[in-house]
Design a protein around this ligand. Structure first.
Ligand code: ADP
Ligand code: MG
Ligand code: MG
Length: 900
């Protein structure tokens, strides 16, 4: 490895910059950038991600020349900081910090105060003039180091609550109890001095190793441990959830320590340049006086607000940073403006004040929920910070999901019993059954239960359970705690800092304001207000139309996008919901359910049981007015917009009961013998119904079914047209594989439609087209297009038949295919562009070679998937069609596709 492995930063200079995230990780790249911007950061250096990859590949070896480069950079830092690592009189301490390309909050390790030992402790005491501070720093080093380097990095997996860190915390608690005090700060220098001796003994006893006294050993131990933490259990779990590649590796930042725990003139905090929960343009943050960085995130003490607007119920009685240290607050506010202007996005920053001097320790693009993302994007565009295109790209289509998320029904909420209040860390409403551990959350969610994870605080070890839960509730922590950060990133309902909770996780009970609740009890959360309620509260769908920022962003998106957005809707209600979400038509109206209603199924069964055409026609006649009514309802809602209706698709046996009890019941109802019914069920039985007598094949053997459906459609159309409704029916024939099949069905349709219109004395414009869902139809699309007036790619069946995977049976092997990386993504969710996509692309080209202006859309599950929508845009479709709730997501995804 001949390339540079170590990049220095500090003193207004840096060898790296913000663009070098792949090599330096996000943290390292941004520390370099801040240093270049003239923002004060403690000097340090970054060891590249390439070293990490090398370290992983070689099972823990370092590339040649690394030690030398580290040595050189370290000398530079010593010069700037005017102190020396390991020096007896003027010691310099380091933090060793992880930092991957993409932020993985708290997933990997950081060790602070490296370099404290028997030699440097006396020196630092003299230098700082504060013995308590030094022993506090030392006990922190021991706690972090033994946990990260001596336990986790070696692969020890202690039982819950038995980790070395927990055991040391227990020792500390014992000391506080013995002394009769509550807070860490109440332990004095001598207590802490005694405590470190206890710690060391405990470490020797549990881990069978001495805590290292050599600063060099400490430094390299920490560096290796950080590299190893890339493959730690929770980092791996997080990467899987967030789709971060395993081979990226992390960088390591070695940085001079600054101390927020030097006394009342020192502090440490975390802030966001805008409110990450609402997106509002206000500086938002928390800090602790006389503390080290990790205290804020860990939620050990209730943090104070940096300014008036950041105050919460929990912090309103405490003075803000602005009140306590007005000069420093002003400096911080200036840095806020500078960073936002420079990065042109909301930043999440860490700072530390050492004895009246402000240092920045981190900046990164802040995580935000969907609501906040939308507001920030729109406001930043209006402020001239970003363009409209950028604003659109700032919001991930999936994030809109949160705006469409349910909230507690206010009527029920008003009557519900309030248990407690906390901080509103993740908006929206949720209800679920209490669980106390992440593993329980995951296990019970797998059984289909709705659970709410209730913890004192969450740690990165809990992410799998947090993901599985409906919502997260913690007793401790502030708006920048781990739980809040993670929930916000996922747009999950979350309440933190709910101090009234008294949790006994081991016994799986909690008490809150005099009430006892146990695992499995129902609670409901209002994450927008931060209120916890007893029992279930109904959820209401969201109403994004009331959000002015959302509305504005969507008008920008709609202008930009080239794809039309339709919806898959079978009922007037769904159609109405979709129209409210911005749907521009119906791309797929399935007619199956129209045969299932209690008033219809008997007629349908009579039709199936009939021995001849006359019998079938008689039964179909009963269904006709019912279907016509359905279509009238849908046409009225979709006034002015196209409605694609698919004729009957599933095999007939699906309409008949399979068990004997229902067969008897049916026989009685219909006045026929059970045997007759059983015989029919038998005769309709198919070895492989998916590839059997269904789709247009039904309409070809029983043309009267297609005729009845077309009659209902066109009669409904004529009926509403007379009332002034603008109606555009599109009749879609499913499962066509040859031009002749479509021709056959088209003839039935046209003949029927003509008759209906003549009789009604009105003409409506209608189209007859087909679904392209059988590979042969895609291959012969040029011929099919001679008959079809439009194509709609039914990519569910097309995927099924191209892969040869039955969708109903694929659950048995698809999970393995995904985990073994045989497939990159679930092909029924994200269109397989490489394979199935070829058929789609070819189908469009061949179809349009015959019919230049052939209208083409997609109506599979994929029509609501952003990646697939991007593909649909590229192959030149006219529209995508998806379920009503995905319509906004599809609109934005289509705009993204057009912007790229
Ligand atoms: P994470 O990625 O989990 O946030 P960090 O590397 O940012 O981990 O460090 C954890 C905490 O330690 C942060 O609060 C950070 O501000 C603090 N910290 C890291 N390096 C230093 C340093 N050189 N001086 C003072 N505090 C530090
Ligand atoms: Mg950090
Ligand atoms: Mg199909």
């Amino acid at each position: 490895m001949a390339t540079k492995q170590v990049y220095f930063f500090g003193d207004g200079k840096a060898e790296g910059n913000a663009k070098m995230k792949e090599l330096l990780g996000g943290k390292g790249a941004n520390l370099a950038e801040m240093s270049r911007l003239g923002i004060t950061v403690p000097a340090g250096f970054t060891i590249t991600t390439e070293v990490c990859t090398y370290f992983m590949k070689t099972g823990g070896k370092y590339p040649e020349g690394l030690k030398q480069e580290v040595e050189t950079a370290l000398k530079k830092v010593e010069k700037i900081m005017e102190a020396r690592f390991g020096d007896a009189r003027n010691p310099l301490l380091f933090s060793v910090r992880s930092g991957a390309r993409a932020s993985m909050p708290g997933m990997m390790e950081t060790v602070l105060n490296i370099g404290l030992n028997s030699t440097t402790i006396p020196g630092l005491i003299t230098k700082a003039g504060n013995k308590r501070f030094v022993y506090d720093a030392y006990r922190r080093l021991i706690m972090m180091y033994s946990d990260v380097v001596m336990e986790k990095a070696v692969g020890i997996e202690p039982k819950e609550g038995m980790g070395i860190r927990a055991q040391l915390e227990h020792e500390m608690q014992k000391m506080k109890d013995a002394k009769g005090v509550k807070f860490d700060l109440e332990l004095d220098a001598d207590d802490l001095k005694k405590l470190v001796q206890i710690f060391k003994k405990k470490i020797k006893q549990v881990l069978k190793k001495d805590f290292p006294d050599d600063p060099g050993e400490q430094l390299w131990g920490a560096i290796s441990a950080v590299f190893r933490s890339w493959n730690g259990k929770r980092a791996k779990a997080y990467r899987k959830i967030e789709n971060i590649p395993d081979d990226w590796g992390t960088a390591v930042n070695v940085q001079a320590m600054v101390f927020g725990n030097l006394g009342q003139n020192s502090a440490t905090g975390v802030a966001f340049t805008r409110d990450p929960a609402t997106g509002e343009n206000k500086f938002y943050g928390e800090f602790l006086v006389n503390a080290q960085g990790e205290d804020v995130v860990a939620g050990i003490r209730t943090p104070q607000a940096i300014n008036e607007v950041s105050k919460t119920d929990a912090s309103k009685h405490l003075p803000s940073l602005e009140e306590l240290m007005p000069e420093l607050y002003k400096q911080l506010a200036k840095i806020r403006t500078k960073l936002e202007k420079h990065y042109r996005d909301m930043q999440d920053i860490e700072f530390t004040i050492q004895d009246g001097k402000l240092f920045m320790l981190q900046t990164r693009v802040g995580k935000r929920n969907g609501m906040a993302a939308v507001r920030m994007a729109v406001e930043m565009c209006k402020e001239g910070l970003i363009s409209k295109e950028e604003a659109i790209l700032r919001v991930k289509p999936e994030q809109l999901d949160e705006l469409l998320h349910p909230m507690l029904d206010p009527k029920d909420e008003a009557k519900a019993e309030k248990l407690a209040g906390g901080l509103p860390a993740g908006p929206g409403g949720a209800m679920g059954q209490i669980v106390f551990t992440a593993d329980d959350a995951e296990a019970q969610a797998k059984q289909g239960k709705k659970v709410i994870l209730v913890r004192n605080e969450t740690s990165p070890e809990d992410v799998h359970g947090m993901k599985a839960a409906q919502a997260i509730l913690t007793a401790m922590g502030g708006m920048t705690s781990h739980a809040a950060l993670v929930a916000r990133g996922w747009g999950k309902c979350c309440i933190v800092g709910c101090g009234a909770l008294n949790i006994n996780a081991a016994k799986k009970v909690l008490s809150v304001n005099g009430k006892r609740l146990r695992e499995g009890d129902w609670i409901s959360l209002n994450g927008t207000k931060g209120v916890v309620y007893k029992d279930k509260i109904g959820l209401l769908p969201a109403d994004p139309g009331k959000n002015v920022y959302y509305k504005e962003l969507m008008t920008w998106a709609d202008k930009l996008r080239k794809l039309g957005i339709r919806t898959n809707a079978d009922t007037p209600d769904d159609a109405k919901a979709a129209r409210n979400f911005g749907a521009e038509g119906i791309g797929l109206c399935r007619t199956e359910h129209m045969f299932f209603g209690p008033d219809r199924i008997t007629a349908m069964r009579q039709m199936i049981l009939a021995d001849d055409e006359a019998g079938r026609k008689k039964a179909l006649k009963k269904l006709l007015p019912l279907q016509r009514k359905d279509f009238i309802g849908i046409f009225k809602v979709m006034d002015g917009l196209p409605v694609t209706i698919r004729t009957l698709d599933p095999p007939l046996h699906e309409f008949l009961p399979n068990d004997e009890v229902s067969q008897r019941e049916m026989a009685k109802q219909m006045g026929v013998s059970v045997e007759a019914i059983q015989a029919k069920v038998q005769s309709l039985h198919e070895a492989n119904p998916m590839l059997g007598h269904r789709g247009c094949r039904l309409g070809i053997t029983y043309p009267e079914i297609t005729a009845m459906q077309v009659q209902a459609i066109i009669e409904a159309a004529c009926h509403v047209a007379k009332q002034g409704v603008k109606v555009h029916p599109e009749i879609m024939i499913p499962l066509v594989g040859t031009k002749q099949e479509l021709e056959n069905q088209r003839n039935v349709a046209v003949e029927t439609a003509e008759k209906v219109m003549q009789k009604a004395g009105v003409r409506v414009k209608y189209l007859v087209g087909t679904m392209i869902e059988i590979p042969r139809a895609a291959l012969t699309a040029d011929q099919v297009a001679e008959v079809a007036e439009f194509f709609s790619f039914g990519t569910n069946d097309l995927t099924q038949m191209t892969f040869g995977y039955s969708r109903d049976d694929a659950v048995k092997f698809l999970p393995d295919y995904l985990s073994k990386k045989i497939l990159p993504a679930e092909p029924f969710q994200t269109l397989d562009q490489e394979g199935v996509g070829q058929l789609v692309d070819m189908g469009i080209q061949r179809g349009r070679a015959t019919r230049k202006d052939l209208k083409v859309g997609i109506c599979g599950e994929h029509g609501g998937d952003p990646k697939s929508i991007d593909f649909c845009h590229r192959v030149g479709m006219n529209y995508v069609s998806c379920s009503p709730f995905r319509v906004p997501i599809a609109r934005l995804a289509a705009a993204h596709a057009a912007t790229r």
